[in-house]
Ligand binder design. Structure first.
Ligand SMILES: [Zn+2]
Length: 484
């Protein structure tokens, strides 16, 4: 999350728009005005939930590359491609041809053609109308919070994370194959080596191996990786290779534009954005706001510009955010927040008590919301930031598994960040380096600023350890520094 702002700024309207339109067989591909309007409405909500648009020059690169693919797909000027400021490795598509790719994914591919292949795959999901066929998940159905959701509260709608559905979509194997086939076709039409499609899938497999090698660094992250929404199997790589051969082209007969990709990615932010804070396993630490907290085992964190989203066992949902402190202090803030969440809906405050924290004024409030199937537990915690503002948690839990002890642990874990820890949370960037005589993957990986330097080096470059590098070969490393 970024600097504290008023809660409730992010209005997530109910997604009632009908957006189904199957492409007619044999007709020219199209994106309807209705779908474009729907996507345009979702666009700011998705960005607010998933890290925002990346501000660096790489955004224009992704947009231009996307337009090249859209044109190849017969959709010139009909798609919007956005580089998302998140280090999670993912890409997704929203009806109306709004395509998103994270900077985490941009970092792990090796060439422009591989990146183009990801964008082509997502455009394939659009023209296959795959998203419309998915079951929309609803946390409200899980918890039965019908009465509350009808109150139309912005904060409640945000907690339900409705815009998140496209990020967490699970495509079927058939849909994946169809998107792969369409994507490969667009790749070739755009003048890129169609063999890059298999290379892209290989990059995503390396990412899976890296996650395993780095000890499941992101196990507690709420945002799923690409592999969860686009199931990755060995067979998909084989299929992509077979399809590339069937074009009749030799491998590398068309360009992959590796140098153009390396020029573009050089200086791009890598890992967490210090302005939004760091998700370190279940711990959240913000070096600018100088605060931290730790979620209990089984909880997952998703960082975004407006808030940190929490999810936990039995459909538990919550968020960590902030806002200006009213004159009545933390108690007044908690009541104001409760009113904002339930709107006109009924809610009963069951307990309000001080949270014993060293040097921080804090209050916890437990309330009960009227759900369709009975009361639903809501917990709020508010902390004085000592500078005219406050931080807060809002948690909605399942009545059958309210996680009371875990929520109390979470609320007590809030702490001020030490200067020493804040100093370790610095921005990192991708730096491209040209190998000199004598350089090997092992020696160059020592330059990588990461707890797992060699594993990260292999992930970014797809090079076997200990191999000598041909002098002049350009590779990616990661170092501390400001993005450019
Ligand atoms: Zn897919």
């Amino acid at each position: 999350m970024s600097r504290p702002r008023r809660f409730g700024t992010l209005a997530l309207a109910l997604l009632l728009a009908a957006c189904g339109s199957s492409p007619e067989q044999g007709s020219a591909p199209s994106v309807s005005e209705e779908d474009r309007a729907y996507g345009a409405e979702q666009h700011p909500k998705l960005l607010a939930e998933f890290g925002g648009a990346y501000a660096g020059r790489q955004s224009a690169y992704v947009a231009a590359l996307g337009e090249r693919i859209a044109t190849a797909a017969g959709l010139p000027g009909r798609c919007t491609f956005t580089l998302v400021n998140s280090d999670v490795v993912n890409a997704f598509a929203v009806p109306g041809c709004f395509i998103y790719v994270t900077r985490g994914l941009v970092a792990v591919v090796r060439t422009e053609a591989e990146l183009a292949s990801v964008l082509g795959h997502e455009v394939g999901h659009i023209l296959g109308s795959h998203a419309q066929r998915q079951q929309r998940r609803s946390v409200w159905r899980t918890l039965g919070v019908l009465a509350v959701s009808l109150s139309g509260s912005e904060a409640m709608t945000r907690l339900a994370g409705q815009a998140a559905q496209y990020f967490t979509l699970r495509y079927s194997r058939t849909q994946e194959y169809e998107a792969d086939d369409l994507g490969l076709h667009y790749l070739q039409q755009a003048g890129y080596d169609p063999y890059a499609a298999a290379g892209m899938l290989g990059a995503l497999q390396r990412q899976e191996r890296f996650m395993a090698a780095s000890g499941g660094r992101d196990a507690a992250r709420g945002i799923p990786e690409w592999a969860l929404s686009h199931p990755l199997t060995e067979h998909r790589v084989e299929r992509a290779l077979t399809a590339a051969r069937e074009t009749g082209l030799a491998d590398d007969a068309l360009p992959e534009r590796k140098q153009a990709y390396l020029d573009a990615v050089d200086g791009m932010l890598y890992g967490d954005d210090p302005q939004q804070g760091f998700v370190l396993g279940r711990r959240f630490a913000h070096p600018v706001m100088r605060i931290a907290f730790e979620a209990p085992p089984g909880f997952a964190l998703t960082n975004s510009p407006t808030a940190v989203q929490l999810s936990g066992p039995a459909g538990l949902r919550g968020e960590f955010g902030g806002g200006p402190m009213p004159s009545g202090g933390v108690e007044a803030y908690a009541e104001q927040l409760l009113r904002q969440i339930v709107g006109d809906g009924p809610a009963q405050v069951e307990a309000a008590e001080r949270i014993p924290l060293d040097g921080i004024s804090a209050v916890a409030l437990r309330a009960s919301l009227a759900g369709r199937n009975g009361p639903v537990p809501l917990s709020i915690a508010v902390y004085d930031d000592g500078a005219g503002g406050a931080f807060h948690f809002v948690i909605i839990a399942s009545p059958s598994d309210p996680q009371t002890a875990q929520i109390a642990d979470l609320f007590r874990s809030f702490t001020r960040l030490s200067a020493a820890e804040a100093a370790t949370l610095r921005p990192r960037v991708i730096e491209t380096v040209v190998a000199k005589p004598g350089d090997t993957a092992t020696t160059l990986s020592r330059r990588v600023a990461d707890p797992h330097p060699q594993a990260l080096f292999l992930l970014l470059n797809d090079l076997p350890a200990n191999t000598a590098l041909t002098p002049g070969t350009r590779i990616k490393t990661v170092r501390y520094g400001a993005p450019r």
